[in-house]
Design a protein around this ligand. Sequence first.
Ligand SMILES: [Zn+2]
Length: 214
Amino acid sequence: MCGLPTRPFHHRGLGDPSPGDYRRCHHCRLIHLDPGVWPDRETERAYYRTHENRPDDPGYQAHLQRLIEPLLEALPPPARGLDWGCGPQPVLAALLRTRGYTMDTWDPAFAPAWPDAPDSGWDIITCTEVLEHLHNPLDTLQTLRTHLRPGGVLGVMTEWPPAADRFRRWHYRRDPTHVAFYGPDTLHWIADRLGCALALPARDIALFTRSDPP
Ligand SMILES: [Zn+2]
């Protein structure tokens, strides 16, 4: 992500059904899958359709509450938000509306029409279970920052990687569209780069508050 050379982090070994090893950057600490085996867009979209994030699934709603609760504290409604990368079912946006937010949604595959942006930027932008799919994460995050008003909050949910000795059995990396993993070190690096204050209110949850100037 930062452009510095990376080093081998995890070799899959015999018996692993998917190709590609993982590398880690010793500067920004990002762990990423060998780019030679990243899925193309069509493969990704076909795979996303198999994800079962059903709006009426209480387990999934409880999962999203882990982001919603700290977001409510950081920037209470009324506020206008964008759920960036909402997927086929904009469950998070629907839940945030019930809490008093006005929500827009966008997704490259499932809701590609860009919403009318507020003049000064959105108050909040949410990005849940998206970062791990991105092929150019820093570009995307810098773009999201420009769509946030000063003082606005970018709420990110992505699973933090476990310690190296548990990486082999980690379920999250078995999704072939998950190409990069961000722990607290990497999230701090991103916040510095974006000119944002960072809060990590719970595991897998990051809140970036836009401070100006960048
Ligand atoms: Zn790096």
